[in-house]
Design a protein around this ligand. Structure first.
Ligand SMILES: [Zn+2]
Length: 297
């Protein structure tokens, strides 16, 4: 190697390092869907040239808007992560798969098992309501490999936490340590009544404990699974979800039936919104008061 060449090589390596130091870290962009998709949040974790998407809306229309947001980044969609087996987080997958056939679509193996089990049941339950907004074919994520706990985007780890108890018994969350960003999936709500239609007391208490663990991560950006439009993507969603579960537990004890519990929750959280009429509050309070069996979703 000539001296000139090695000097050039050294200079170019230095230049490359300088660029790397100046690069912006990963960015997180939240896309909140319409009421038709139950105000579900999708998160775009955006790198220099490519991105990772977390969760996909319920309806085709909301998913097309999400596809547009991904295209607008001008970057390549590498992977899609589905956090759990609730249809408002993956029913639009066929639209995403058709738009970005090169993207790897993954979930924790437990979540994939849940989705294969419940897809027929979900299509029967939600298909008639969704009509042309429903899936044209079942989009099902592939399982992460055994021992694989993270997706890597341009050298940055995007970790999948869980499964743990959230509004679903096998909820996962996404943690990006490099930028202290937590994509909470349905472990976190903000400005909305929580879905407690699959819970008895042990599940509610387990969810509450998990929130302390998530809080301990010290996240700076926090994306809830569902939020009222305009709510911030910060720790307020952890605080809100904790407070809601604490208050819910107290009010279950002091209420005689679901009607009383509903009224008390509405008084305690006057700004919280519901979806599809009283879908969240109605089902959650009836299940909590033993007037209805917990949902199997
Ligand atoms: Zn959800």
């Amino acid at each position: 190697m000539t001296r000139t060449f090695s000097a050039m090589l050294a200079a170019s390596l230095l230049f490359a390092q300088a660029i790397r130091a100046d690069e912006p870290p990963l960015q997180v962009q939240t896309v909140t869907a319409s009421m038709g998709s139950l105000y579900v949040n999708s998160a775009l974790i955006i790198g220099r040239e490519s991105l990772v998407l977390v969760d996909v809306p319920f309806t085709r229309a909301d998913t097309h808007r999400l596809v547009a947001a991904v295209l607008d980044t001008g970057k390549r969609l590498e992977s899609v992560i589905v956090t759990h087996d609730h249809p408002d987080h993956f029913f639009g997958l066929d639209v995403v798969m058709d738009a970005f056939p090169q993207a790897r679509v993954v979930a924790h193996p437990e979540v994939v098992k849940d989705i294969w089990r419940s897809f027929p049941l979900k299509l029967e339950r939600w298909g008639p309501m969704l009509g042309p907004q429903g899936p044209r074919y079942p989009g099902v994520p592939g399982a992460l490999d055994e021992g694989e706990t993270a997706v890597v985007l341009e050298g940055h780890r995007i970790e999948i936490l869980g499964p743990m108890q959230g509004d679903h018994k096998h909820a996962t969350a996404v943690w990006v340590p490099g930028i202290k960003a937590l994509i909470g999936g349905d472990l976190l709500f903000n400005g909305m009544h929580l879905w407690l239609g699959e819970h008895l007391e042990p599940q509610r208490l387990a969810w509450r404990r998990v929130l302390d663990e998530l809080d301990a991560l010290g996240a700076e950006t926090v994306v809830a699974g569902h939020k009222q439009h305009g709510m911030p993507d910060d720790v307020s969603s952890i605080d809100f979800s904790k407070r809601y579960l604490d208050v819910f537990e107290q009010l279950v004890d002091s209420s005689a039936d679901s009607g009383e519990l509903t009224a008390a929750l509405q008084e305690a959280f006057p700004d919280a919104i519901d979806i599809m009429g009283d879908f969240l509050l109605g089902n959650s309070t009836r299940v909590a008061m033993g007037e209805m069996e917990p949902w199997d979703e």
